[in-house]
Each structure stands twice: as C-alpha cells, then as structure tokens.
Write a protein that binds this ligand. Sequence first.
Ligand code: GLU
Length: 475
Amino acid sequence: MSKIRTRFAPSPTGYMHVGNLRTAIFEYLVAKHNDGDFILRIEDTDQTRKIEGAIDFIYNTLKLCNINIDEGPNNSGEYGPYIQSERLPIYQKYAEELVKMGKAYYCFCTEDRLEKLRKEAEENKVAFLYDGHCKKLSQEEIDERIKNGEKYVIRQLMPKEGVSVYNDLVYGEIKVENKLLEDQILLKSDGYPTYNFANVIDDHLMGITHVIRGNEYIMATPKYNLLYDAFGWEKPTYIHVSMVLGEDGQKLSKRNGDASFMDLYNDGYIPEAIVNYLVMLGWSPETNEEIFTMDELIKIFDPKRISKSPSVFDIKKLNWINAHYIKKLSIDELLKITVPHLKNAYDLKDKTDEWIKELVSIYQNHISYGKEIVEVTDLFFKNEKELDQECKDFMNQEGIDNTIKVFTSEIEKIEDWTKENINSAIMNTKEKANAKGKMLYMPIRIKVSYQMHGPELPDTIHLLGKETVLNRLQK
Ligand code: GLU
C-alpha cells in the first residue's frame, strides 16, 4: 500500500478557531497512526481574505500543539509549491485540459445576467443553479469573444441525469442527484482557481490519500469525484467531520471572537490540554479514559470512531482537562503561564521572586488555566473585600470573636515568621479558645482571606505576612 498522506489546508486568515485546529489534529493523527506524512497547504485563492504573517501564525500554532509538518511552505518537499497562489499555471493547464476533453466550458456570462438568474430563482423559491447558457457556444464564437477581450470563467460540465454515490468513512454512503450539481466555476476570470477546483488538483498532485475536512463539503464531493474521474485519477478516502459549535449552538466564527486557539493559549491554557480536549470532542476511544498524550493518541486513533453529530465547545470540560495538566507542571512552567497575568493585574514591585513563586505554587491545584491566578489571588492584593452572605452568617456565630482574639495574640507573639510557627499559633488557639474543626479554621480564614475556601491556611497566612494578617484580624 502506498504511504498515507493527509493535509491541512487552511486559508491564511491569521486566526484559527478550535474547529479548524481539531481538523488539523485529526489529519495529523490519521497520518501518524499509519507512519504517514502530514502536509500543510495554504489555500489563498481568495486574495481578499489574505493577512500578512498568517502563514507564520499557522506554523506557530501547529508547533505549539506538537503537530509536526512533513511538507509545507516553510519545509522542503517534492510536491511544492505548497501555497495555492504560487500554483496558478498548474490549475490553468488542467482547466484547459478539461475543456479539451469536453468536461468543462468557457462561460462569458456577465455578473448582471447571473444576478438576474439569482433573483428569478429567489422569486421562484428554488436554489440557484447556473443555467448552462454558455455550454452551447461554438468554437468560432468563443475564439471571437476571447479575441475581443471579453472576460470568461471556466465551468465544469455536470451530467444532468443519474445519481452520484460515494462512501465517506464517517457518514457512510452519500448519494446526490446529478441534476442538483451545478456547473460550478473552476477557474475565475482573474486566472485564480476556486476551492472547488484547486482542492482536487492539489490533493491529487500532492499524493493525498485521505481527505479529512469539515462536513460542509460533504454534498459537493460528488463534483470533485467527477473531476477525478475525468482525469482518470484515483480518488482519496473521504473523512468528513462534523462541526464544532459555540455554546450558543452557533457556528464558531472569527467575528464573534469565538474560541480561538491563540486566545486560549494567551489565557494560560496548555496546548497539550487543548489538543487532548479537542480530540475528545467528537471522537471517542474504546475505553473511558479521557487524558491522552499526543503519542498515545497517535497509537490509538481510529477515524471510524469520529462522531457524526456536531459537538459543542464546552469550556467547563476544557477547564477540567486543563486543570489536570496544570497539576503536573513544573514550577517554572507554572510561573510561565501565570506570572504575566499577575503582572498585568497587580503591582508586584515590592514582591520578591521567592514570594511570587510561593504564591503561584500554593495555587497550582486550585486553578484551571493560567489567567485564573488573577482572581483567586486577589486577597493578597486587596485590603478590603465585601464578604458574601455565607461568610457573614458564619461570622455571626457565637464564640467567633473570642477565637479571633486568641488567634490574634498568638500571631503577635510570633518572632520568626515560619509556617511551622503559624501552625503552632493555630494549634494554641484551638486549645485556648476551645474551638475545633470548622469553628477554628473558618473564622481565621474568613478574617484574613475574606472567603471560605483556598489553599492551606498556614500557607496563605505565611504569604500574607505578619503585618497584613494582624491588620485584617484587628479590623
Ligand atoms: N481551505 C478550506 C477550508 O478552510 C479547506 C477545506 C479542505 O480541507 O479541503 O475550509
């Protein structure tokens, strides 16, 4: 069997939402599971959407996700160029060939005429399909009109009868009536190909064996198959994948600022965790396990287990998986994803590196993503905070004032500010104020940190410092 080759074919928009990234991961896993090659191809035939630096952005994103590109614009490879705008003569040559074979034709219809047809279709409440007006032009007329400088496109000639059938690895048999297939444009008047043409030419010339892409292409694929057939080329295996929807059930979009990989990364999500989450979104392993490294995924990935139904991007689930990865970070890695956010939010001028390190490490098991460090540590930076009702009710109980009073005097006595001494102060309070369990810890915690939950009490108190703790206890 020939080597498995898959490709990721993004448009260079300078943005990658999690749905696109998930497709790239699936493509990568199918290739690597079979010791195959993963190719990056840039689909920039819509020049109006092009953005400076977008290719580097795609490389950065894939690199962060540990997805290694075997061939692409910045790699070597025998199938280049890997940027569609650099392949225009190739598409032009194949389009002309189709015309010669009688499988495509020149079309001179003006935008005005097409607009009229579209309006008519709309009025009659039918889907607009080009009416084939130009397919009957004689060779003389074509030559004449080209000589006169008239603009033209090349359209694919579709069969008008019969049914096209193909097999999708996820969706099974797909049938489309040929009369629903439009004589689609292959080559635009500016010499650029459409996606509908370029994807076939490139997938064939680049030796792609498995085409994995969003299911918005599922009904158009019979048109692509007709092109493969016209050239006598072998068709790839198709794996269409369902969409990733936003929590509102809508398609993810750049405009809505939806779940972009870079936004998540910048908020201190860990690429391995994002990859892990995205694979589990719309794909399931044979076991109930949910945490996988890339290497493990490569070993077990089977595209037949990709789900047909759309998945919803669930930030809570991502948080859960990400928290799992955060717990395993080294202190340096943890500092990297948290400190920039702390610096952004708070004045750290008079904090030592040691203090920051201690702060971040006591919250390692308490945060789901890097930026969350800001909200959970605000008690260290704000000397005033309104208590919630639960705290207020707790503090109204009998005996609490005495516990605080005893603890305050124990704290005052500490000369060497260590966690051990702080712990002894708590133990002494337990005895002298005769308070235990919740009635011992909770009042102290609420008083010094304004909340009922958090890391170990001696850790928190140690980091706050004696002066701040006394101030808060005496308030
Ligand atoms: N450029 C296309 C897209 O971003 C690629 C689709 C495909 O993978 O064939 O939708």
